[in-house]
Ligand binder design. Structure first.
Ligand code: 5AD
Ligand code: SF4
Length: 440
């Protein structure tokens, strides 16, 4: 028997990259690669990269710089760059860092096994096409592998919205929905392998419009209701959504589909209509507030999450004050906020930036408010009895860690058999990043 070759995958960026990394590792296991936990042990190092902000992109070049001595010591080690930086920069990566043997964009992972053979033969390989076929279709799966209780499942990819700041339409391409049958098949397979919670992924997941076998189009709500029929699947989530695609049946599902968790990530980016228009968001702040009110009507205990950009070109103090105002009105349970980062090739990159000190101080102010809201939402769980899906052992003896429906981490003393099961927990304490409770 030949020694297994060793693969190290490092993932940056969003959950879709996490999903893609898992699929690539599965596909390469068919080629005799087994995953290892560090670059030092590996024969093949694959960086699955993110291009969303400048910092994220630059990280890749510093990582490649760190890998250079390793490669100099052992020229047999192969190095690949996958994901969104690969898509955006292509050949330029090999030019800037000659240790790179392989560059593969996020739409061509099904060609990875063939590319790896070329790389093993000492060639360089590059593929950043946007082919028609489903990139997951030809990736062989290791169906025996047991899974943890929570999994991601990509149902939709790419984006046609063209927000003025965003690289996604360029790196991930046009919006494509995977067919219904393939998603249901993959979900059943995951559940058979031990998965109890599935998070449906897409850059614009609520725009899902996949076809069934009769060629009819299904929206996300119908897909969720069908997935909910899988008996041993306990929980469904989806991320990330655009306000303009939040259709009535999806809002209704929050009220009538027990398996759909009461948590929604619905980015608004800014509270100023002027900035929303400049961002090409195609909705106003009031549209967003009205939408939130309708979703909360369907599910009053819903916990909301969002994304914000401060310092978008042209943002004034008044615009920023309107963002703060919107945040106070919505009251988020969780949110991410970023300083605007000009991305080459996007429309906003041509516009004059806000002074960095101003953007910094706005970011601090916004983050302080969001942290306060997040803290209050988490502290508000104390005293409640919540269903918790246990995922793994905690650091302390006898303790398990799981998640509530609201996506808070919960620690509780519980028997190991409860891993992979939902049990009721009375919440006793709220710490910085987690809750502690006792089994009911
Ligand atoms: N600068 C700063 N933040 C950005 N995001 C996307 N593009 C940029 C950019 N150019 C943020 C948005 C988006 C999240 C994934 O990243 O808030 O919702
Ligand atoms: Fe980053 Fe966007 Fe690519 Fe995800 S899709 S890895 S967030 S650039």
């Amino acid at each position: 028997m030949t020694e297994p070759k060793k693969l190290f995958v490092k993932t940056y960026g969003c959950q879709m990259n996490v999903y893609d990394s898992e699929r690539m590792a599965e596909a390469l296991s068919g080629q005799g690669y087994e995953q290892v936990g560090s670059a030092e042990e590996a024969d093949m190092i694959l960086l699955n990269t993110c291009h969303i902000r400048e910092k994220a992109s630059e990280k890749i070049y510093s990582e490649l710089g760190r890998l250079k001595p390793l490669r100099d010591d052992n020229p047999n080690v192969k190095i690949g760059v996958a994901g969104c930086v690969a898509q955006a920069e292509g050949e330029e990566i090999m030019r800037r860092q000659p240790i790179v043997d392989l560059v593969v964009g996020p739409q061509t992972y099904h060609r990875l096994p063939a590319m790896m053979r070329a790389v093993e033969a000492g060639e360089k390989a590059l593929d950043t096409d946007f082919p028609e076929e489903d990139k997951f279709l030809h990736l062989p799966k290791d169906r025996r592998a047991k899974r943890g209780p929570c999994a991601f499942l990509t149902v939709q990819e790419g984006c046609d919205k063209f927000c003025a700041f965003c690289v996604v339409p360029y790196t991930r391409g046009a919006e494509v929905s995977r067919p219904v049958a393939r998603i249901l098949g993959e979900a059943r397979d995951l559940v058979e392998r031990g998965v109890r919670e599935i998070t449906l992924l897409g850059q614009n997941v609520n725009a899902y419009h996949g076809q069934d076998e009769d060629g009819r189009e299904w929206g996300l709500a119908r897909l969720i209701r069908e997935l909910a029929k899988i008996e041993d699947l306990a929980r469904i989530r989806f991320t990330t959504s655009h306000p303009n695609d939040m259709e009535d049946d999806l809002i209704a599902a929050f009220g009538d589909c027990d398996k759909l968790m009461p948590y929604l990530h619905l980015p608004v980016q800014s509270g100023s209509d002027r900035i929303l228009k400049a961002m090409n968001r195609k909705h106003t702040a009031q549209d967003y507030l009205d939408l939130i009110a309708r979703i909360r009507d369907a599910r009053p205990d819903l916990l909301l999450s969002g994304d914000f950009i401060v310092g978008f070109p042209g943002e004034t103090d008044e615009d920023f004050a309107q963002t703060m105002d919107l945040v106070r009105k919505v009251n988020y349970g969780q949110a991410y906020s970023f300083k605007y980062s000009a991305r080459p090739g996007t429309p906003a990159a041509e516009r004059a930036d806000v002074a960095p000190e101003i953007a910094d101080s706005r970011l601090q102010e916004l983050q302080a408010l969001l942290t306060e809201q997040q803290r209050a939402a988490q502290d508000g769980m104390v005293g409640r009895e919540l269903p918790v899906l246990f995922e793994k052992h905690g650091r302390q003896e006898g303790q398990l860690i799981g998640k509530s429906g609201y996506l808070h981490s919960v620690h509780a003393v519980a028997p190991a058999e409860l891993i992979g099961q939902v049990a009721m927990v009375r919440i006793i304490k709220s710490a910085t990043n987690s809750l502690t409770g006792a089994l009911v």
